[in-house]
Write a protein that binds this ligand. Structure first.
Ligand code: CDP
Ligand code: MG
Length: 170
């Protein structure tokens, strides 16, 4: 069955120049990339993304981590992969949450580490199930940024909506 999954290359993955390696590993899944962009992560976006972990002692640290405060890299790469069993395929390839427990050939096993503060810097985020994938994809992307129709949409006319456009020569 076709499934969509949100992948984030987290700030440590970008700082360690792992983008190419991670995308190469993900290409083993033969899934299709249907959306991709660089994102500067606001505190609101980070907190909404990890809202299910709000009560955990490490919540504050992972918000800083996702925003790039720990790596001087204020960006993440966000992608949507689509295809058969996309979630299981990508999570298997990513490996366990704790990089020390992750299989050594997995992405997190190969490139992750645990900081002295105890944060699992595990270089990628992968949605954990279909419900979370839909919630996360709708949080990180607008319908127009995804090249296939994943979820129901509606047309709205936005009047007086401030929007940046390119300046062109007269
Ligand atoms: O990312 P994943 O779905 O595997 O795990 P999660 O339980 O949703 O946790 C989100 C993120 O919080 C993890 O990817 C880790 O970066 C971090 N985390 C941590 O630093 N220490 C923990 N004990 C659990 C999670
Ligand atoms: Mg998770």
């Amino acid at each position: 069955m076709g499934q969509a999954v949100l992948i984030l290359i987290k700030p440590d993955g970008l700082k360690k120049s792992l983008t190419g390696n991670i995308l190469t590993r993900l290409s083993e899944t033969k899934l299709e990339i249907v959306a991709a962009k660089m994102v500067r992560v606001s505190q609101t976006l980070a907190e909404e993304h990890y809202k299910h972990l709000k009560d955990k002692p490490f919540f504050g640290e992972i918000i800083k981590y996702l925003q790039g405060d720990l790596h001087d890299r204020k960006k993440v790469m966000a992608l949507v992969y689509w295809g058969n069993n996309a979630i299981t395929k990508c999570r298997d390839l990513a490996g366990a949450t704790n990089p020390e427990e992750a299989e050594s050939t997995s992405i997190r096993g190969s490139y992750g580490r645990i900081t002295t503060n105890g944060v699992y810097e595990n270089v990628v985020h992968v949605s954990s199930n279909v419900t979370e994938a839909e919630r996360e994809i709708k949080l990180w992307f607008t319908p127009n940024e995804i090249i296939v129709d994943l979820y129901a949409t509606k047309n709205v006319v936005q009047k007086e909506f401030p929007n940046k456009v390119w300046v062109t020569e007269a």
